[in-house]
Ligand binder design. Structure first.
Ligand code: MRU
Length: 360
């Protein structure tokens, strides 16, 4: 893929600033944890897997004064935990953020135990998380491509493609892989109000890849599905609860209900880092609420009368009963999801976070 969502270069995180897409391909060099926090909050880097990777590098930046030094264990541990908590709090719904930071803390714990170089161990772990994300996307592509026939049209919502990950994406990975295998696949992309990730980003990256894409207003998904214009729906996820309920970009729930009504198979594609067995069901998933201005002044232009109230949840929860399967790097998981998710996660990737400095 020509698109590089992020890379670690000369001790800084370089991101493709997604707020500028599709009009400008601008790279931004983030040299401090504060800049990483700002970029995640402003959706310059976005999508659950990508923000997990960005946060892991963000923690390296937070602790960069440790480089080549041996910080006192008593203060170092607290400093690391504070940095991780602060990065994790920027976007609460995508569990990949907390997952990546917990892995960083476990790597730190391990480095303390082995008396290894702390900063070098953190940097190595961030690179591993980054590389694994790339590999998980490729595997999701391979498993998901088997669901796609020659000439199929996939409807998707938001952007769960290359721009949302370090690799070829999650929901779009099967499309890229099937196309690579020589099948003609086209995509219908919901524009995805209010920040237009579907029309700005999904359409952008598919066009760059030469895959036919048609952008529709979110409200047109109903008539498209009713008319049989899509063969299947594939969306991404920000968090999959233990019972298979999952959170994704607001509007996903509506698409799921419609797909069920019109008999269109509805799949969710996500890496195991998005599965959170510690959250029992969708009601327990925290839903990020974003600024009302994203609705009332979309991209700076008034789209509602001055002073009118607006509610802007960034995500919604789709109950497991609407999901035909979860396309993961470990295969396509089928209902009952309580069992298949648990089996797929063995050994648990969401191990409890480290609680204390060994020997402290
Ligand atoms: O607010 P965003 O743009 O970060 O929302 C992104 C989504 O909802 C994606 O579908 C999800 O994170 C999966 S990305 C592989």
């Amino acid at each position: 893929m020509a698109l590089e969502t992020l890379r670690w270069e000369d001790d800084a995180l370089v991101i493709l600033d997604q707020t500028e897409l599709p009009f400008r391909k601008t790279e931004k060099r983030l040299a401090t944890a504060e800049e990483v926090r700002e970029a995640i909050g402003a959706l310059r880097v976005r999508g659950a897997p990508a923000i997990g990777v960005a946060a892991a590098y963000g923690l390296c930046l937070e602790l960069r004064l440790w480089r080549g030094k041996s910080p006192a264990p008593s203060t170092a541990w607290e400093e690391a935990r504070r940095g991780a908590d602060s990065l994790a709090s920027v976007r609460p719904t995508a569990v990949n953020l907390r997952w990546a930071l917990d892995r960083m803390l476990r790597a730190l714990e391990d480095a303390f135990t082995k008396d290894a170089d702390l900063w070098a161990s953190l940097e190595a772990e961030a690179r591993r998380i980054h590389e694994e994300d790339r590999a998980m996307c490729a595997a999701i592509g391979r498993h998901g491509a088997a669901l796609l026939q020659e000439g199929d049209t996939v409807l998707t919502h938001c952007n769960a493609g290359a721009l949302a990950t370090s690799g070829i994406g999650t929901a779009l990975a099967p499309v890229y892989e099937a196309a690579r295998q020589g099948r003609k696949i086209s995509v219908i992309s919901d524009e995805t109000r209010p920040l237009l990730q579907g029309s700005r980003l999904t359409a952008f990256e598919l066009r760059e890849a030469g895959i036919p894409v048609t952008v529709i207003c979110d409200a047109a998904a109903a008539s498209m599905l009713a008319a049989g214009r899509a063969d299947l729906v594939i969306v991404g996820a920000d968090r999959i609860a233990a019972n298979g309920d999952f959170a994704n970009k607001v509007g996903t729930l509506g698409v799921a209900v419609l797909a069920k009504e019109y008999g269109v198979p509805f799949y969710c594609a996500a890496p195991s880092s998005t599965i959170d067995l510690t959250t029992p069901n969708g009601a327990e998933i925290p839903i990020e609420e974003r600024a009302a201005e994203e609705v009332t002044r979309g991209f700076g232009r008034p789209t509602a009368p001055d002073g009118v109230a607006a509610f802007n949840p960034a995500f919604d929860v789709t109950p497991a009963k609407f999901v035909a399967g979860f396309i993961t790097e470990r295969g396509v998981l089928r209902p009952p999801f309580e069992d298949s998710l648990r089996r797929a996660l063995r050994p648990a990737t969401h191990a409890p976070p480290p609680l204390a400095l060994p020997g402290k």
